[in-house]
Design a protein. Sequence first.
Length: 541
Amino acid sequence: MKKIVCCMLALLMVLSALPVSAAEAFVRLDASASARVAEVIDGDAILVRGQNGQVALVKLIGVDTMGRMDAFEYLTSRLLGNDVLLVLDANVSWDGRWNYAYAYRLNELVNGTILQSGLGRLNASHDCASLYSSLGKSQNLARASRVGIWADPDYPGGIILSGLQVNINTATASQISSTLSGVTSTVASAIVAYREKNPFRTVEDVKFVKGFTKAMFDRNRFNMAVSTNMLTATQEELGFLRGISASDVTKIVEYRLRNGVTDLRNLVTNGCITQTQYNNNLPYIALEDVFRITRTVPSYTANINTATKTQLTNAGLSNAQADQLIALRGTYTFKSLYDVGKALSLNEEAINHLADNLTVWTEINLAAEHELRSLFGTRSNAATLAAKLYARQPFARLTDLQLQMTLEEFNLIAPYIYKDVIETNYINANTASVEQMVNAGILRSAADKLHAQAGKMTSPDKIPAEARSYSNRFTLHTNINTASYGELSSLHKDMTVTLVNAILEYRIDQPFGTAAEVELFFKEQKETAIYDKIKSFLVTR
């Protein structure tokens, strides 16, 4: 809330101080350039004026200062009224309003200085940025030195951070419960059971584990990791790896001190660990800080809207479930994993366990070859197309895929792929008014049929036949983590601007996990009545 208030007030002050014509003239920066800082909006956001007089909104790549006043004051004293060199990154694109850039002042990378000073934390949503690893090292220096947020007894959860990070993909239940604050042995065992079916790709994924509350997450978020940095890990952190004994840790540390580590395989060839230990830990170790694991081995992920029956069963569904899913998707495009769960009568926990193996949208630059192949279903050249796409990752734009296939093949997969961030814009047929559905492009007669069934359409087979041809425009369950402003607004007639903005701001910091967390959020917003009306149609994945 502090960040919301700080950012919104500052932005309103900026906009009100500009002439209307200028306020409407925020531009996209097409190239790296020098500009003067006209306003500081937040500790990681500025408004600049170029030499041509054009005004642009800029956010610092890789930095999240969480609305902290000390970061705002630092940026104001350092940049306000001064010229900065703004360097763009092709991997972090303009979002329609904000330009994302590295800001240099007198050859100083301001993004890195903020992190190294502990005035903010690394923004994990920018993990594709060219300087992400370098910025991660700046944060590590702040953490090691206990400066700024890393020494604040009020952040997070009223504790002083220990700096010790437990790898939740490899540590035993006993190690997890003894290291993380407030995490019981029962919850720690649930973490281990969950990862056996669905390894953690980000720390935030732990919130989907049954029993792991938001309070636990807030208290421990900076003491958890999904990958161990073998160059910087402490002896205790190395001990969290799978099957690694105290003597193995000693060998690793001694070798690291004498020779350094330039290749993870050096740990095997020089007798620090066995090949089996190496294989068991390989997806979860690295020679740098990794905040998001892009691939796990083996990968059986399949796109549920396009995959063959065999691919669906390899991903964990039974033959009967795969048949049922294929029959339903003939008239409905699945918009969320919980759409699938409702259709197949799977509970929240079962869907969470399948989340690594089933997806409704394929992230084109991170998908393994198997997942890419599932996009093309039963086409005879599916394997060839998948291999070609996999070899050419990453793609700068989704449209670049057209160069690798025919237009027909591209149009076949286009509705089911994305790059970087998903933001959906469906109307919720269970909650929207007839007028909202009509405005979304649904024929009024079909909208009337949908409205007559509002609140009863828990699965695709309950959609009126007359409305099924419009299923690409509506959803039965709104994903609170991906829904656009408009989609969230359609959930209830009393969804205010303030409430929708609060949802969008919350999920930037961390995704919603369980239904219990969503309920707590609405309670804290004093909007329990709205939640009670929409909870059956609101999901988190």
